[in-house]
Structures are given as structure tokens and as C-alpha cells.
Design a protein around this ligand. Structure first.
Ligand code: MV4
Length: 494
């Protein structure tokens, strides 16, 4: 009998995981909520089970129901994807208790790395460079004040239980510390169930570099080089690339070695990511992400290694199929996260029905998504429509290819951040590879450039809404060809 994997996630990442299952002779079992009854991922699976209402707590966060399905369908493993239960030690523990393999590290490692302050302390002990900061969490203002004064403003107040930016605040002076401390503690309590926070020196205008690693159950470890994720908005990553324009082969080797050391220090197993800040040639450990990440595809494009397939092999106790000397960088990959959000209204989510949808393709283009024409993007989940990933022989080719792909992309019915991505791909600083965590703050003209792009495309938008009418389904087909003939879509992009 074929072995089965339960995929405890939805959307594009659920499909990504099931594709790897199919290519390796594994069967996939989907669990889905009432909001996803028509979703592609539930149809792609070999078996699919409705487990609850659209509310995440009732379905995608419902450990009891998910484990029940895993048991009843005889799954040997559960793949949690990203978000939802992917970093939840209780979920990993439930799997361990029932003899089902959690595709990820042990519950013990999840708990340790989930406490960002404890992880930071552990890495400091191991001699790994960390951002200057306190050696303990802080609970009251006096303590916070003395640490902040010692390391010097500006500082960052960060929730211990968090990661990914939730509840993080930059503080520039004593006067603002109380408010930030209280806000961070409050958000930490409600989002992570623990109000603990810690303080680090704020490193301005650095780069956010993360290393992809793989560790098998025999203790063999490799790194798959880095991704640069400096372009974020409210700590939401928007554009990622592999490799980083900032790393030399020497620095890559050094940081990659440290990333592996981080994993070994805690007995890590499976795929993971070690995050660093890079500032003036010096790097600092930030946190470790104990899951497959949204942006893993850029690494796959450049290394040729199927990271999810490796995860599934590791979970079956097989040794890594690659050694460090088999890992090579070939060309350049860039990812744009295509979100249903309104660029003219502070990028607020814009869920709803995709009345018209046609994704780009052709050489060097990969689109990972779980949507289709007439799909309704539910409002209860994240607003990502797809990941648009391109490969080029070098960074310049990748940028031009990304522009070409963005102009081929047709999405009608919801607002998207495609105009934002078009503006970034034409921004001189971006093109020069001058990326930094403050890129979006510093590029004040970027939103203006984006508005100009939107104005230029306005007639097209109107035409599209007209032709992608639900009652004229056949018209929609000719609309796609009409769109591709429009001058706005025929711009010379290099
Ligand atoms: C920082 C930082 C500067 N100094 N910590 C953001 C997400 C989380 N994983 C870590 N993040 C950062 N932590 C210290 N001590 C800068 C970032 C950061 C960032 C900050 C503002 C705007 C964009 C950013 C992009 C990447 C990282």
C-alpha cells in the first residue's frame, strides 16, 4: 500500500507539498474548511476531508480533528506547511505521541526556537554573533530602561514568543519606551499567549539575509545558500531573491557554516531557515524559522534542489541526497508575492472573486498558486493570490523577466499589488541591488511611480471589468487575447 501524508494546510503551499508527494510515490490527504470546499488543493489531494468551519481555530488550527483524520486515514506523516500549526510544539507533540512523523524538527526544538529570546541566548552561548542586547527578557520599565541605555538608542522591543515582526517596536528615546514596552507585551500576550519581551539594539539600514538549511536524521547537514528578503512592508515580505547581491563567496561560506552550527547546536532536523541581519560586512543571528517558508522557491530555482522532496525524504529517515559540494548557485531568482490588496488604500486586504485570471508563463517563470478564474479569495485567511517566481542567468535577466511576467499577469475582480511590484522592478536602487530593510521608507517616490503605472493602465482596467462579466463567460476568453494586444501590455521593458 502507498504511504500517505496528511497536509495540514491550504492554498498554494498545500498544492506544493502534494506535488512533491506525487513525484515521490506518496499519497496525499487534504483537510479543508467550509471556506475551501471548492478549493483546488482539496481536489488535487488523493483524499480530502472537511474538518470544520472557516474559522481557523475550528479547522486549520484544530489539532484534535487533524490528528483524527491522520489516524483514520493511516498517514505516516503530517506536513504542516507554513503558518497555522507549523511551529506549534503541541502539534508536533501530538504527532510524536501517536507515532506519526511531524515533517519538521522535534517538539522540543520547536519550543526552544519558538522562544526567540531563549534562542538568542543559546546562540550567544555557542559563540554565534547576535545583535547586541539584553541577556534576559524584560518585564518592567526600569529593567528595560537600563538595558536600552546601556546598549544605546534606537532599540527594538520584540516579543519572545513571536518572530516575523508581530508586536515589534522601534524605540528612539527613553520617552517612547514605556508605550512600546506596554504595546509589545499586550500584543505578545494576545498573539502568543505569553507577554514576555526582550530588547535589542536597532540596526539601521541593514540587509535581511536568511540561509536555507537541510539536516537529516543521521546528523548530516547542508546549507542551500541565502535569500535576501530586505523588501518588507510592516514586516511582511514582498520580494525575495536568491542569491543576495551583497554576499561574496567567502561571506557566503562563513555565514552558511554558522547557519549549520545554529542547527547543530539544538539538534535540529528537517528543512529550516536561519535569519541574519547584515550590516557593514558584519552579520548577526536574529532567529530561526523551523518550517518550510513561503520564499523557498527562489532557492529551488537557483540550486535545482526540491526542498519539499528533501523534507519528505528526511521525514522517512533517508539520508540527504546531496552533500555540501553538490550545492551550486546557477543564475538568479526573484519572487514577487502577489497579494489581493489595494495599493491605493494603504495595501488593505481586498478579498473577493477573481472574475478574470490568467497567470504568466514561458521560459524561467514559475507561478505557485491555489487559485483559478472565478475563485473567491476568502477574507479569513491571508491575502496571497500567488507567488510569481522568475529565474534568469543573472540578476539583470531575472529583473527583465519579472517585468515581462508582471505585465502578462491578468487579474480582474480584486485589487492587487502588481503595480507595486512593477514600480520596484523599475526602481534604479532596486535594479542596482542596493537593498536595505528601510528600502520602502527611503524610496519615497516609489508610491508615486506606482500611481503613474496605475493611471497608465486605468483604461485597460475598465475594459477588463466590462468583458470579465459573469454572464458573458465566452467573452472572457476573447478578452484575454484582447488584453494581450493592448499597448499597455506591450511596453518594452528593458
Ligand atoms: C531587526 C531589525 C533591525 N534591528 N532587529 C523584521 C522581521 C523580523 N524577523 C526581524 N526584523 C528586523 N529586526 C533589530 N535589532 C530590522 C528588521 C527588519 C526590518 C525592519 C524594518 C523594515 C524592514 C525590515 C526588513 C527586514 C528586517
Amino acid at each position: 500500500m502507498k504511504k500517505k501524508v496528511l497536509v495540514a494546510n491550504r492554498g498554494e503551499i498545500a498544492i506544493r507539498i502534494m506535488r512533491a508527494c506525487r513525484e515521490t510515490g506518496l499519497k496525499s490527504v487534504a483537510v479543508y474548511s467550509e471556506a475551501d470546499t471548492g478549493a483546488l488543493f482539496a481536489k488535487y489531494a488523493d483524499e480530502a476531508y472537511l474538518i470544520g468551519s472557516a474559522q481557523p481555530a475550528d479547522s486549520y488550527l484544530n489539532i484534535k480533528k487533524i490528528m483524527e483524520v491522520a489516524r483514520e486515514t493511516d498517514c505516516f506523516a503530517v506536513h504542516p506547511g507554513y503558518g497555522f500549526l507549523s511551529q506549534n510544539p503541541s502539534f508536533a507533540q501530538a504527532c510524536e505521541d501517536q507515532g506519526i512523523k511531524f515533517v519538521g524538527p522535534s517538539s522540543r526544538v520547536l519550543a526552544l526556537m519558538g522562544n526567540k529570546e531563549a534562542a538568542r541566548r543559546e546562540m550567544k552561548k555557542a559563540g554565534i554573533p547576535v545583535v547586541p542586547g539584553g541577556d534576559r527578557g524584560v518585564s518592567e520599565l526600569g529593567e528595560a530602561r537600563s538595558i536600552a541605555r546601556e546598549i544605546g538608542y534606537p532599540v527594538m522591543v520584540k516579543p519572545s514568543g513571536g518572530g516575523g515582526g508581530i508586536g515589534m517596536f522601534r524605540v528612539d528615546s527613553d520617552d517612547d519606551l514605556r508605550k512600546a514596552l506596554e504595546a509589545s507585551q499586550r500584543i505578545a500576550s494576545s498573539a502568543f499567549g505569553v507577554g514576555d519581551v526582550y530588547i535589542e539594539k536597532y540596526l539601521p539600514n541593514c540587509r535581511h539575509i536568511e540561509f536555507q538549511i537541510l539536516v537529516d536524521s543521521h546528523g548530516k547537514a547542508v546549507h542551500l545558500c541565502e535569500r535576501e528578503c530586505s523588501i518588507q512592508r510592516r514586516y511582511q515580505k514582498l520580494i525575495e531573491e536568491c542569491p543576495s547581491p551583497a554576499l561574496t563567496p567567502e561571506l557566503r561560506r562563513e555565514m552558511g557554516g554558522i547557519a549549520i552550527k545554529v542547527a547543530r547546536r539544538v539538534g535540529y532536523e528537517n528543512a529550516g531557515t536561519v535569519e541574519f541581519l547584515l550590516s557593514e560586512g558584519k552579520f548577526y543571528f536574529l532567529e530561526m524559522n523551523t518550517r518550510i517558508q513561503v520564499e523557498h522557491a527562489v532557492t529551488e530555482m537557483v540550486t535545482g534542489i526540491d526542498i519539499v522532496k528533501e523534507q519528505l525524504q528526511i521525514a522517512q529517515g533517508q539520508p540527504l541526497s546531496i552533500r555540501q559540494r553538490d550545492v551550486h548557485l546557477n543564475g538568479w531568482a526573484i519572487e514577487c508575492r502577489i497579494n489581493a490588496e489595494d495599493p491605493l488604500n494603504n495595501f488593505m486586504p481586498s478579498p473577493g472573486k477573481l472574475r478574470g485570471y490568467r497567470s504568466p508563463g514561458g521560459i524561467g517563470v514559475r507561478v505557485d498558486s491555489g487559485v483559478h478564474t472565478r475563485y473567491v479569495i476568502p477574507h479569513l485567511y491571508d491575502s496571497m493570490i500567488s507567488k510569481l517566481v522568475v529565474w534568469g542567468k543573472d540578476r539583470n535577466e531575472a529583473i527583465i523577466r519579472m517585468r515581462r511576467a508582471l505585465y502578462e499577469y491578468i487579474i480582474v475582480g480584486v485589487k492587487t499589488n502588481i503595480p507595486f511590484h512593477k514600480a520596484v522592478m523599475e526602481n534604479p536602487r532596486f535594479v542596482a541591488g542596493e537593498l536595505a530593510t528601510q528600502f520602502l521608507e527611503n524610496e519615497a517616490s516609489l508610491l508615486e511611480d506606482m500611481r503613474r503605472i496605475m493611471e497608465r493602465e486605468e483604461p485597460l482596467g475598465e475594459k477588463l471589468s466590462e468583458v470579465f462579466d459573469d454572464k458573458k463567460r465566452r467573452a472572457a476568453i476573447s478578452a484575454v487575447s484582447a488584453v494581450l494586444q493592448m499597448p499597455q501590455y506591450k511596453r518594452i521593458l528593458r
